[in-house]
Design a protein around this ligand. Structure first.
Ligand SMILES: [Zn+2]
Length: 171
């Protein structure tokens, strides 16, 4: 396992996430404003701040397989999905997830609308009608309200895991 994976994943590799289908949101941090190319979406200037990237996992291995793949790609800088281009400037700081077999991330995108803006347009949302599945939180503090809103709207439990980064200063 690459050593630049978040500590949480290196020290507790098993059972952090369920292998059932569900919706997830990767919590991302961009530290300084940056302009990068996002595949065919073109180049975009990202403000510094906290972002949520929404997705749903229904394949083999469910939420666990998908989230792990994202986090592995984040450390290896692979480029398959729009999100993979973003790893050049963003780092994952947490994961929100919930069991759901028939619901898509588009539902979470609607619920989180009041707390966020969509940028860039259609990021991660090539095959649905959403404006995008990358949400920029109006401030990092909005994460609390976003989580409360998701919990209030879900019949299943909504989980949050903070990822620890070895290089992140905590004091
Ligand atoms: Zn959508």
């Amino acid at each position: 396992m690459p050593s630049n994976l978040p500590t949480t994943l290196r020290t507790q590799p098993q059972d952090l996430f369920p292998s059932t289908p569900g919706i997830y949101a990767l919590i991302l941090q961009i530290d300084v404003p940056n302009t990068i190319q996002i595949g065919r979406l073109g180049s975009h200037t990202f403000s510094a701040g906290a972002y949520l990237y929404l997705g749903s996992a229904r394949g083999p291995g469910g939420i666990s397989a998908r989230v792990r793949r994202h986090l592995r790609d984040a450390s290896q800088k692979q480029r398959h999905w729009h999100i993979d281009w973003l790893w050049e400037i963003a780092r994952p700081t947490g994961v929100i997830w919930s069991h759901a077999s028939n619901t898509r991330e588009c539902k979470w995108a609607k619920i989180l609308n009041p707390f966020s803006s969509r940028e860039p347009f259609k990021f991660g949302a090539s095959d649905c009608r959403c404006e995008g599945h990358l949400l920029r939180l109006k401030s990092p503090a909005e994460l609390r309200y976003a989580l409360t809103a998701l919990r209030g709207s879900s019949t299943n439990e909504v989980h949050l895991l903070h990822l620890e980064h070895p290089l992140e200063k905590t004091g």
